[in-house]
Design a protein around this ligand. Structure first.
Ligand SMILES: [Zn+2]
Ligand SMILES: [Zn+2]
Length: 335
């Protein structure tokens, strides 16, 4: 198929400045890459941290975006697992070395040579992108559109955070009810968990949304839940929620921080951590996470709530996310 020479992209030239619409050269896949025509690309909070300069040392200039749904248009000479016309999802983890001490013990999410889509590699705020063939995943057809984009980071990271909690935990608090939470709650409720949703103060819209999706309780993040929680997952990038979540959690409870960036955690009395409570983070994802999550959601259908923006409206989408005006997830479309 004849490809254009140029494509439209939204480009970060300097952190702290809005993205710039540009016509840039169509990327050429290497032997191990595929060229993908982007159908939709989710707008993740991590994109905000990159654009705002809170995550340091991005590739510059950079095309952000790591929740990419697209179609393979061309395959590199060494690619055998994907073919032209195949529908794929491209997540945050873009490359790992396979040789460092973390890769060797199954923690490729911590790889010392890792590359990340839309951060150290160009991403999906563009009409086309290239990706390493081992780091894109065939997508079930029902998700190969804008509704599937949020699954590729919000969904995946939420799922990884959820898997850090032991199976016995029944009462789970979710702090910050946005893109990740609205996907995870559907998985957790299906598995019989009781979800307690915490939102920004007065955000009744998100609280209603959580109840609609099956939360047993929803309230402001400073409110005390009606029962002690077995575990808590923090998606809001607010450090003061860590001691709050400890306070809400029962003996032996685990607090999982799901974000890549968080404001400082204030000091807190040791008694909040005492009784074997645990605080941990999750970082990135592994390919195994992606495979098992995509398998799960091909059996348990997930409805995502998206707010669509055209590619050239990427700055508006980021502003809306920053201001907390997105219900569910923001997604860029390329049509
Ligand atoms: Zn490695
Ligand atoms: Zn993300």
């Amino acid at each position: 198929m004849k490809m254009p020479d140029l494509m439209q992209a939204m480009v970060l030239t300097e952190p702290g400045k809005p993205l710039v619409p540009k016509a840039v050269a169509l990327p050429v896949p290497t032997a191990v890459q595929v060229l993908v025509k982007v159908i939709a690309c989710g707008v993740c909070r991590t994109d905000l941290h990159i654009v705002d300069g809170e995550l340091k040392h991005p590739k510059l200039p950079l095309i952000p975006g790591h929740e990419i749904v697209g179609m393979v248009m061309k395959t590199g000479t060494e690619v055998t697992n994907l073919k032209e016309g195949e529908l794929v999802g491209i997540p945050w983890l873009g490359y790992t070395c396979g040789k460092c001490r973390f890769c060797l013990k199954g923690q490729e999410n911590l790889c010392e040579q890792a590359a990340f889509t839309g951060y150290t590699l160009d991403g999906g705020y563009a009409e086309y992108t290239v990706a390493h063939h081992q780091y894109c995943f065939p997508l079930p057809v029902q998700y190969a559109n804008s509704s599937g984009a949020p699954l590729l980071c919000a969904g995946l990271i939420g799922y990884r955070a959820y898997n850090m909690i032991d199976d016995q935990s029944e009462k789970i608090g979710i702090y910050g009810f946005g893109a990740a939470a609205h996907i995870l709650i559907q998985v957790a409720v299906q598995q019989g968990k009781k979800i307690y949703a915490f939102t920004r103060k007065g955000d009744l819209v998100s609280q209603e949304f959580a109840i609609k999706l099956g939360a047993v309780w929803a309230g402001d993040s400073l409110q005390t839940p009606p029962e002690k929680l077995d575990a808590a997952i923090l998606f809001a990038p607010v450090g003061s929620l860590v001691p709050k979540a400890l306070l809400d959690t029962d003996k032996g409870g685990i607090i999982v921080c799901g974000g890549i960036h968080m404001s400082d955690i204030p000091s807190f009395p040791y008694r909040l951590l005492w009784e074997e409570r645990v605080i941990r983070s999750v970082a990135n994802l592994t390919r195994k996470d992606a495979e098992s999550f995509l398998k799960l959601i091909s059996q348990v259908p997930i409805q995502t709530e998206t707010q669509l923006f055209h590619l050239h409206q990427a700055n508006e989408a980021l502003d809306s996310l920053r201001a907390g005006r997105i219900r569910g997830a923001a997604v860029l479309t390329m049509d």
